[in-house]
Design a binder for this molecule. Structure first.
Ligand SMILES: Nc1ncnc2c1ncn2[C@@H]1O[C@H](COP(=O)(O)OP(=O)(O)O)[C@@H](O)[C@H]1O
Ligand SMILES: CC(=O)OP(=O)(O)O
Ligand SMILES: [Mg+2]
Length: 417
């Protein structure tokens, strides 16, 4: 039997793994994830065929490698999952690495590339650390299986110079790699391909305003299939607020917030250096700071439980609207679709409704029944425009159930078959 592909998406608080067949397109064999790595309890979600399982784990998994090891053993030892019983059944492991620096495409892990990625780690300690820990583990424990890394930044290689350049001393900028990189690119690649296919248009003739709204949130302007602007920057901190991230603030705020801004945070380790300011703005801000919760389903409700919840919702809507207006103008009003994706974009009908109402001036309108119902489980793209099929005058409004693991496996197969 042909060997399988394992795709790994390691975040700061969760690790998701999916096994795929080596087919074009790849088919899912099993899907498992551990969440709650930073805040107990650890939760396991496991799906194989039609069987779904959710459980609170008795042992707390505190590290991404620990969670990955647990997930792998759980799948290898499942008697019902004979397709993947050991590393002998794997052809490739695909890793999502958030920050790829100047890498423009996926790379296979070798001694050389791993050193290059380790050098990048200091630029994005909060985002690359988990993935690199897992890559190191795979190299030592599954040495016969090839690892390929896919970067969130690669999709944004087409950003024009005037978009990606920060107006600071260019010698310092070049020497330190200080520019806009943009993130969620694996997801935007999935969204572009899926939506273009849904609309029956070639990708290089498709213009979108795509919004990946999860615990990290960003917007991307796609012109003729290429990223021409996106809201995240040097790191995923820029742009929209997130579950624990502030999003854009005046940079001077850092120096007024705390005198220890540039000191190393006490949670830094030998391998991971992070300043106090970075830690506060990345981990102790966003809607967690305003409401106490990182779960947006408690915030996006008709009757919010507190003024802080209402404020968090209004801030996100306001900042998203700002990017939509900005990108609508940058695309010259030639927009095929406004796309909602990510955990919140896909699930919050309220957020979509309020934003669509505010976007009426761009000719966007949604069908409230289609919006409330949302997509079916296996529906990748759903049109929620008023008069489905684009009855409105403006861009279609769409939901896309994005899938970063699939996107990696798909490109892995395309490049090797
Ligand atoms: N029904 C819902 N309404 C609003 N938000 C939701 C809903 N269901 C899940 N979410 C939110 O989706 C977010 C997770 O999105 P996801 O894209 O999976 O995140 P991650 O950034 O961790 O990959 C969480 O903030 C969660 O609260
Ligand atoms: C780049 C980023 O913010 O990723 P995530 O949304 O998975 O945290
Ligand atoms: Mg994500």
């Amino acid at each position: 039997m042909a060997k399988s592909i394992l795709a790994v998406n390691a975040g700061s608080s969760s690790v998701k793994i999916t096994f795929y067949t080596f087919d074009n397109p790849p088919k899912t064999i099993a899907d498992a994830q551990v969440s709650g790595i930073t805040a107990p309890p650890s939760m396991l979600k496991y799906q194989r065929g039609a069987s779904k399982h959710k459980e609170e784990l008795k042992e707390q998994l505190n590290t991404p490698q620990g969670a990955f090891k647990y997930l792998l053993q759980r799948c290898f030892n499942d008697p019902e999952l004979s397709e993947v019983a050991s590393d002998k059944d794997l052809s490739y492991i695909c890793h999502r690495v958030v920050h790829g620096g100047d890498y423009h495409e996926a790379v296979e892990i070798t001694d050389e590339t791993v050193h290059h990625l380790e050098a990048l780690e200091d630029l994005a300690p909060l985002h690359n650390f988990s993935a690199l820990e897992i890559i190191r583990l795979c190299r030592s424990e599954l040495p016969k299986v090839k690892s390929v890394t896919f970067f969130d930044t690669a999709f944004h290689r087409t950003l024009p110079a005037y978009v990606k350049t920060y107006p600071i001393d260019q010698e310092v900028a070049k020497a330190n790699g200080l520019r806009k990189y943009g993130f969620h690119g694996i997801s935007y690649s999935f969204i572009l391909r899926s939506v273009a296919e849904f609309l029956g248009k070639p990708q290089d003739k498709t213009n979108l305003i795509a919004m990946h709204i999860g615990s990290g949130a960003s917007v991307c302007a796609i012109k003729e299939g290429k990223s021409i602007d996106t809201s995240m920057g040097l790191t995923p901190l820029a742009g929209l607020p997130g579950a624990t991230r502030s999003g854009d603030i005046d940079p001077s705020l850092v120096f007024h917030y705390t005198n220890e801004a540039s000191n190393l945070s006490p949670s830094s380790t030998k391998e991971m250096h992070i300043s106090t300011a970075e830690e506060i703005l990345n981990k102790k801000s966003g809607w967690k700071a305003l409401t106490g919760t990182t779960d947006f389903s408690e915030i996006a409700v008709e009757k919010p439980p507190s003024a802080g919840h209402q404020l968090a919702f209004d801030i996100l809507v306001d900042r998203m609207l700002g990017y939509i207006g900005n990108y609508y103008a940058k695309l010259g009003g030639q927009v095929d679709g406004l796309v909602f994706a990510g955990g919140i974009g896909e699930k919050s009908a309220l957020l979509r409704r309020i934003l669509a109402e505010k976007c009426a001036c761009f000719g966007m309108a949604i069908d409230s029944v289609a919006n409330d119902k949302g997509p079916d489980e296996n529906q990748t793209v759903k049109d929620i425009s008023k008069g489905e099929g684009g009855g409105g005058k403006g861009p279609r409004v769409l939901i896309c159930q994005t899938n970063e693991q699939f996107e990696m496996a798909y490109h892995c197969v395309c490049a090797r078959s």
